[in-house]
Design a binder for this molecule. Sequence first.
Ligand code: FAD
Length: 386
Amino acid sequence: MDRYDVAVIGGGPAGLMAAKHASICGASTVVLEEHRAVGYPVQCAGLLGIRALEASEIREEGFLLNPFRGAVFVPPDGSRLSFRSPDIRAWAVDRRLFDRSMAVEAVRHGVEIMLGAHVRSLRRSGDLTVLELGDKEIAARAVISAEGVRASIARRSGIPPPKRLLSGAQVEVPFDVDDIESVEVHLGRDIAPGLFAWVIPISRSSARVGLCATDGACSHLRRFLSSDRINDRIRGSPVSLVVGGLPLGPPDRTVADGMLAVGDAAAQVKPTSGGGVYPGLVCGRIAGRVAAEHVLNGGQLERYEREWRSAIGREISLGMKVNDTLRRMSDGDIDMMIRKIASRPEVIRAIEKHGDIDRPSRVILRVLTMLALDLSFIRTILRVMF
Ligand SMILES: Cc1cc2nc3c(=O)[nH]c(=O)nc-3n(C[C@H](O)[C@H](O)[C@H](O)COP(=O)(O)OP(=O)(O)OC[C@H]3O[C@@H](n4cnc5c(N)ncnc54)[C@H](O)[C@@H]3O)c2cc1C
């Protein structure tokens, strides 16, 4: 039986980052990926903020498709509120190539990747964990579950499920793009209950159009695509379809006997947008180091829980409150909120200056403070929150 210090289940961004850092710390590390290629199938809109790109530690840029400096918010009444920053804040990326670059980096740092390696189950044997792959078994002293949203091995090992599961769907379509440097965010209970719909330009003539909702994303997306909001800009049939779940709200425990969970498996996802790549990379780096220190120096695995929560826990819990508030807002509440922001140029300037899709809490708190004296705004927020 092959033996490693650290075995990582899943070759997505969180797992590859964890594996790379476990290996950098000196642990012999293997990534077990069930598919025959890393980065397949893509289950992502591929919108990454500047912080996520920095956190990926990749220096080559072959996966960058289109830069964004702005965003246009479209509330249920169909009005448009635009923000634009002087610098690039995010990129549309090719997620398949992004994941491949992460894999190449991990391998360059000594990680072994096994493809077509579906982990079926685990069992403990002394201080080792034995991973059963069907035709063979592998033993490891620490296991990192980076299995993504389903995370069946993590659940069977005692790591609880996320607090909430959203449903996401997206198509890439030929599209008449008005502003190639802005992402559109469409809000409303009829459009995408629970989160929002998006239009992410990839070029002047194509865009990714998708949404996340409390459930039934595919049927909401079908309605959105045929709605007056965007239908007349669509220029032909979809060329790709992405469907997947988004876990929101990390469980109270992300460490079990000999195992750490990271990325979507631990619901380390921004509840304000459903984006999981940035938090997965931040936590992956911590998980890899803690797992290596555990096997090499006897460090406690529980340190992972404390460290990742101190890095991004506050951001995620504020994001959950924002998500709760958005879910309870009526279309009229959302229209009112957007109108209030549109009427205050200093609030727009603050959002343009401080907007950060990876760490939105600072700008959200700033906007709330700036609107704190607006009684009807505050009354609405308090009503939907409590
Ligand atoms: C519609 C949609 C749009 C999204 N858009 C964005 C976006 O624009 N920006 C963003 O940041 N995030 C986005 N996300 C979320 C993002 O895709 C995830 O948060 C991210 O991929 C999670 O990374 P991960 O490494 O945790 O898991 P994954 O990327 O899901 O990787 C998990 C890997 O584990 C493998 N695996 C699972 N079980 C086993 C097993 N038993 N044995 C071996 N291998 C296994 C899987 O095959 C997979 O390769 C979106 C999600 C959806 C559904």
